[in-house]
Design a protein around this ligand. Structure first.
Ligand code: AHM
Ligand code: MG
Length: 333
């Protein structure tokens, strides 16, 4: 089989479809290189002295792991100097990160969750990096947080890496979804799946069932009907999976279908779920839609939501189209 590298794929895309401007190509390659570095650190585990808590909290009051902070630094350092970015934002930083004045500024803005699935770091379960790319408003020297407040439909690229038994990078620039596998000996990303497609129907769902008693009625109804199996209203049996790393759950769904849910619930009525819109829900929703799936917050298309703050949370329903449509309908009933 002829091996196609990430660089070759991006250059060919640029030539054939004119969908990837040179500056965006550089951005994607830099992010991919940073993910390689993070993958290496993750793979060292205890030998690299990277496990455990850093003894600090992020802006959302979550305990930061050493690898959360290290991954954030790797992404910042890799992306600062190339001239392709106007600013960055991250789950691990309260405010946006400006490109230092000593470097040229570019036309894109990068958002990321440097290490998703933090609770899995120390137990050797798959974790990953999620990223989203927006255009900076034209003529802006230093963007403000307000300039980041663009709906997900404005994303020009999105992707995630999974650091698991294999390290993979899944990418969309709005022209389908492709998967690259890290060749660890060669240190290169090799195209291994073209045009990934999520089947419209599925028999698999993912939700943290320990929160069942807090769910709102539409979610309770939807899950109860699936649990009732072949003798219930759905007339078929369902299987359940929950990895507690969104990257790994979404990767399974891209490969064999399924629905992933992180709903809002009655515990903290003011908190709209757990996951963050700008650097978790939006990039994953862009990828899922590009693979033929659907993504909503239970009421509307995720990518249509107008953000109001950088770290805002949102209920998430994404994956196989017919299931996402069903649970979204239940919210309207
Ligand atoms: P994180 O970005 O701090 O790791 O939190 C996000 C993660 C998702 O990857 C995952 O789906 C969810 O939190 C798991 O939540 P729970 O602890 O309720 O299982
Ligand atoms: Mg996360």
């Amino acid at each position: 089989m002829k091996r196609v590298s990430l660089t070759q794929y991006l250059v060919e895309e640029q030539r054939l479809n004119n969908s990837i401007p040179a500056e965006l190509r550089l951005l994607i390659e830099v992010v991919a290189r940073a993910c390689k570095t993070i993958s290496h650190a993750v793979g060292k585990g205890a030998l690299g002295e990277v496990l455990g808590s850093a003894g600090s909290e992020n802006v959302q009051g979550e305990v930061q792991k050493k690898l959360d902070i290290l991954s954030n630094e790797i992404l910042l350092e890799a992306n600062e100097w190339g001239g392709h970015l106007a600013a960055m934002a991250s789950e691990e930083m309260e405010t946006i990160h400006q490109i230092p004045n000593r470097y040229p500024k570019g036309e894109y803005m990068l958002l990321f969750d440097p290490l998703d699935g933090s609770s899995n770091i120390d137990v050797n379960v798959s974790i990953g990096t999620i990223f989203s790319v927006l255009k900076a408003p034209e003529g802006m020297g230093s963007p403000t947080e307000q300039d980041f407040m663009q709906p997900g439909s404005k994303q020009v690229a999105a992707g995630y890496a999974v650091y698991g038994p294999q390290t993979v990078l899944v990418l969309t620039t709005g022209n389908g979804v492709n998967c690259f596998t890290l060749d660890r000996e060669m240190g290169s990303w090799v195209l291994t799946q073209r045009d990934m497609q999520i089947p419209a129907d599925t028999k698999e769902f993912a939700i943290n069932a320990s929160n069942t008693r807090h769910w709102y009625p539409p979610v309770t109804r939807y899950v109860e009907e699936m649990l009732a199996g072949s003798t219930g209203p759905r007339g078929k049996d369902f299987n359940m999976r929950w990895i507690a790393s969104m990257v790994a759950d979404v990767h399974r769904i891209l490969n064999r279908g399924g629905i992933f849910m992180y709903p809002a619930d009655a515990r903290e009525p003011d908190k709209a779920g757990k996951l963050r819109l700008m650097y978790e829900a939006n990039p994953m929703s862009f990828i899922v839609e590009q693979a033929g799936g659907a993504a909503t917050d239970g009421k509307q298309r995720m990518l249509d939501i107008q953000p109001s703050t950088l770290h805002q949370r949102v209920p998430v329903f994404l994956g196989s189209r017919n299931e996402v449509e069903r649970v979204t309908q239940y919210h309207q009933a």
